[in-house]
Design a protein. Sequence first.
Length: 501
Amino acid sequence: MKFDVVSKKVDSVKADALVFPLFEEDKKFENNLKKVDDLLSGELSRIVKSQKFKASEGKILAVPTFGKLKVNYVFIVGLGSKKKFELDILRRISAYTVKKAKELKTSDVVIDIDTDFEGVDIKEAVQALTEGAILGSYNFDKYFSEKDDFKVESISFNTSKNVNKESLKEYIHLGKVLAEAQNFTRDLVNEPANVINTIQFAKIAEDLAREYGFEIKVYDEEEIEKMGMGAYLAVAKGSENPPRFVHLTYRPEKSEGEIVIVGKGLMFDSGGLNIKTGDFMRWMKTDKAGACAVLGVFKAIGELRPNITVHGIVAAAENMPSGKAYRPDDILRAKNGVTIEVGNTDAEGRLTLADALSYASELKPDAIIDMATLTGACVVALGEFTAGVMGNNQKLINEVLKISEKTGEWMWQLPFNDKLREQIKAPHADVYNVGTTRYGGAITAGLFLEKFVDPKIPWVHIDIAGPSHHTSGWYYHPKGATGIPVRTITTFLLKRANYLK
Ligand code: BES
Ligand code: ZN
Ligand code: ZN
């Protein structure tokens, strides 16, 4: 998909579709929309005034022009009410516009950006529209024998205002890189476990490192054992696919700091000996969503090259039942020496993360962020669309939450407390891998992870069990993987690097 910024008079715009975003309240047309309405003999404003079309969020009115303009269609796209407006609505309407354009086989689209987006900066608006178009056209169709090959080829943003085109183009580029990185993550998460196993995952990380010049070290099972990662190793034992511990490093010449991002990387989670039942086992190929988000973030920083050192850590494994599998009651020793009693082999993610976080702590970074499809309890607490955020440093938590408000990747903090800390006391080891009750399960999982992070290092845990995938999709997410939270984490890094304000 190609993007551009233009300043053309509406009667000279040549395209398949000319698009006008419109607020519900705006019954009186202005600027270019007024001119187009005049050229169409007032037909558009008549429809809007008669209430036959209400510009509620995402509603689209597509009007053929029958040769009265040099475009085949004029779209009016509803932004909803001004009171409820936020940046993410631009991503959504852009995605819906591209879908409509596809339906009408219009491949060449011009979007008018003269609308006053309620105080949203025009650069951010254009970035969001770009992201929405790319995210909204994503489709995991590689295994279908018959595909719909029609694509929207080009999107131009048209403005009559005096804007700095070059700076708008920079934000288009940023949006393009972020959305394509997110689609890259979606592609990886959507691949089933018979295609991406632990070894394949490590290969993909190596390919990425070669492409962008990252350092990479992949540890095999012998080396993992030598490092003393007894918790991670136990999880991997039941599978024919051996564990692979991946450490990627992006090291720019000039660096404003050092961050570690860690992703839960279960290529498949059957539950192990505490095996999941049918419905709960479906979609467990997406238990690698955190790991794939790490690779997506690396793709984005490989393109943008911000001034910040970034480590990406994944302890890749597959959780399977077998004669070699770890059991309930087993006592394990993690890399940092903490002993763990296994209450349930389906609480495996936190065991792999225990060793990954111990390893991350030894790198002594400025901050650690982990992303993990960790608990069903988090989905029960917050619903399918919101990630749970926890950690040991309120400032860092606030930093991430603030960014997520703009990226549209919904997040909400869950509180740690000492009463729940009591729940992960084990009968015969330092810590239990499950809580003694089901209540607060997302938080007890977070509290378990806390034991493996150096308390001097600010750390945030993002539980993405809900929003990492969806069976039917929402807004600009199709069914399957969403690629959340690639844009939030990349934006965090860009800000820390002073690449963005
Ligand atoms: N991978 C699952 C969590 C999950 C659930 C991810 C639904 C995506 C959608 C995790 O390993 C798991 O099985 N957690 C258990 C923990 C329990 C045994 C304490 C859970 O949430 O039921
Ligand atoms: Zn599990
Ligand atoms: Zn899991």
